[in-house]
Design a protein around this ligand. Structure first.
Ligand code: CA
Length: 159
């Protein structure tokens, strides 16, 4: 009989994360930079916590994480802000892959899920997707992307 073992899902502990986003909001002298979404600080109070990433309101805003090495991504958690306008995250999609090819992980963040202040929006890649890059974007003509923290989970092998 074949010995079938499920691959455990583990949290990605990424060092020196490289991030960028389509634009950066500056509000009251504070820059809501892309790196705020992977600084290990889960404070979801955008204004008082100053540890969320936030783009301008624009067409098709995006946030990107370069993992520097290929990983098999199983789930992505997006921590929303809690101090208002959290519904803006509705419709956000997670893409996993590289420059040449990206696949969408799971389903877009639902309006219901985005409506939870400070909620962790879990996007499950079923099956897991291999890639060295994570993109979170909102494919709308006018949108604002705000992410307080991103968590990634991986499995050891894809497929
Ligand atoms: Ca943060």
């Amino acid at each position: 009989m074949a010995n079938v073992e499920a691959s455990p899902v583990t949290l990605v502990d990424f060092a020196n994360p490289l991030t960028e986003q389509s634009s950066t909001l500056t509000f009251n002298g504070v820059d809501y930079v892309s790196g705020n979404a992977v600084d290990g600080n889960f404070n979801s109070d955008l204004i008082n916590g100053e540890t969320c990433a936030h783009t301008e309101t624009e067409g098709h805003p995006w946030w990107r994480l370069n993992l520097l090495e290929s990983r098999c991504i199983a789930q992505v958690g997006i921590v929303n802000r809690r101090d208002g306008s959290y519904v803006r995250l509705a419709g956000a999609e997670v893409l996993v892959g590289g420059i040449q090819r990206r696949k969408r992980c799971g389903s877009p963040v639902s309006a219901e899920s985005a409506n939870i202040p400070g909620g962790m929006n879990l996007v499950i890649c079923d099956p897991p997707i291999r890639g060295d890059e994570i993109v979170i974007h909102i494919p709308k003509d006018e949108a604002t992307l705000q992410i307080c923290e991103v968590l990634l989970w991986e499995v050891s092998t894809c497929g």
